[in-house]
Design a binder for this molecule. Sequence first.
Ligand code: HEC
Length: 219
Amino acid sequence: MSRFRNVLLVAALAALAAPAIAQTKATGLGRPALPEEIAAWDIDVRPDGAGLPPGRGSVKLGEEIYLERCASCHGEFGEGAGRYPVLAGGAGTLNKENPDKTVGSFWPYASTVFDYVRRAMPFGNAQSLTPDETYALTAYILNMNDLVKEDFELSKENFASVKLPNVGNFFDDDRETSEKAFWKPQPCMKDCKPDAPKILGRARALDVTPDSKTGPRVE
Ligand code: HEC
């Protein structure tokens, strides 16, 4: 009996150890990614400019490329054709009922524009833009939002000098401090209200259900 138990124990230990052994052995599938493949994926640009490729592009050149490759969807002035996204305007609307969230009114960093355009636009032909074209388009979008002048040229070197107006409204999650007052380490999970709930009104008494005479006509 005890021998049988030992056999079981050994079998169980072997089963536990098996995945660990499998993980350390090469699977024999695939191959290491080539540096060029990693470089093709590694295209993110951070707010401090890290990740920007060398290059430059003017508002003027950006306008030319924009009219050719972007305006059909985003409108000649960034106003958005049909239901395509608006890229310019909306300043001062963020606290209104229908805020116009654009690069100029809402986005925190110019790097987001560069990164997004380079990664995803023009829609349907993503990643077809050269670094210089992306600099030029970013410059033009900033210009449409009155954030840089018409003779501005954006480059890797001066990128960090561009500040977007809404940057101050983006901050790290601060709930641990700002909401500390109503955070309870041990929240009540049972019988938390001392009294039974009180019914303050009834839908029928409030007369919220339209009757056949006053309610909307349904054909
Ligand atoms: C065929 C239509 C089309 C074309 C052409 C196009 N876009 Fe877009 N663009 C879109 C759509 C659709 C979205 C939204 C995509 C989403 O939310 O997933 C978008 C989103 C964007 C945004 C983000 C807007 C926001 O506030 O979320 C930017 C910036 C942008 N496009 C820039 C460009 C630039 C620059 C070009 C030209 C190189 C371009 N687009 C060409 C359709 C287009």
